[in-house]
Design a protein around this ligand. Sequence first.
Ligand code: AMP
Ligand code: MG
Length: 313
Amino acid sequence: MRARDDLGAATADRAAVAALGAGRLVILPTETVYGLAADASNPVAVAAIFEAKGRPRFNPLIAHVADAVEAERIGVFDDRARALAAAFWPGPLTLVVPVRDRDRVCDLARAGLDSVAIRVPGHRRARAVIAAFGGPVVAPSANRSGRPSPTTYADAVEETGGAAAAAIDGGDCAVGVESTVVSVLNGRVSLLRPGAVTRAEIEARVGALDTGGEGHRSPGRLALHYAPDAPVRIAATAARGGEILLGFGPGSGDPRWSLSPTGDLREAAANLFRMLREADREHPAGIAVAPVPDHGLGEAINDRLRRAAGFVG
Ligand code: AMP
Ligand code: MG
């Protein structure tokens, strides 16, 4: 059985590499969320991603590479960018740096910017497929734009599987929220999007982050995002009829619908998008989510929840 599983996986991975080479789209598992992947150097393939997701073209994509050597081929890394790459790659950190090679990551993928967003994913099969393909792969979350990110194979296929020529089942995503996006530009290090690597973990490597409002220069941070169809609000109880409470911590609602019964932020992140989707299917009247502390991974969870509820810009 094990040998058969391995064989099936190898066949799926070869089909994915061939699809990328042919300019087609691929459902690609990563440790953060499932991605919809394409050859970053191919504008036709990249255009198909924007089309499949219904994503506005001003929202640039992240180039996923197999290792730091390939990263330095496409972007310009100073000492602090190198320190962050060394500390967190492979893993859920995206670095935005000046672009070095405008062809390996095409203009459309960068939304015409002079910078490029790069990450080496932690998921072993994602890295193997990218390495076998031999170049950077853009892989935004596999959801249609504005909807919750898929963190299971079934959810990814349901969202954009129809647009993909190949799909890899890599199991449930271990992290469950998107990568942290940090820019290292003009000697300044700024947090553009909170994510799986925490602010404190980044500051421990490169000192205090710049607070000059650089975050607002990240395109594509839309007010209403990650949102199910059911209305979402942050509240300690489910007040309205038919509304479900997603709890957090001991004594907070039905354990079946708890992001983490013990109040563990890692568990809550891993459950967040899957549970929002399940709640959406079963409780279309509305979803209340119990308050989650704002430290550590909680910053990323609250960022996604505020956007799912539609109240930040
Ligand atoms: P995702 O939607 O997960 O694919 O993440 C892509 C996000 O990374 C975008 O929404 C931007 O906020 C950010 N990003 C990507 N490229 C750049 C860039 N060149 N400059 C600033 N932010 C970027
Ligand atoms: Mg996304």
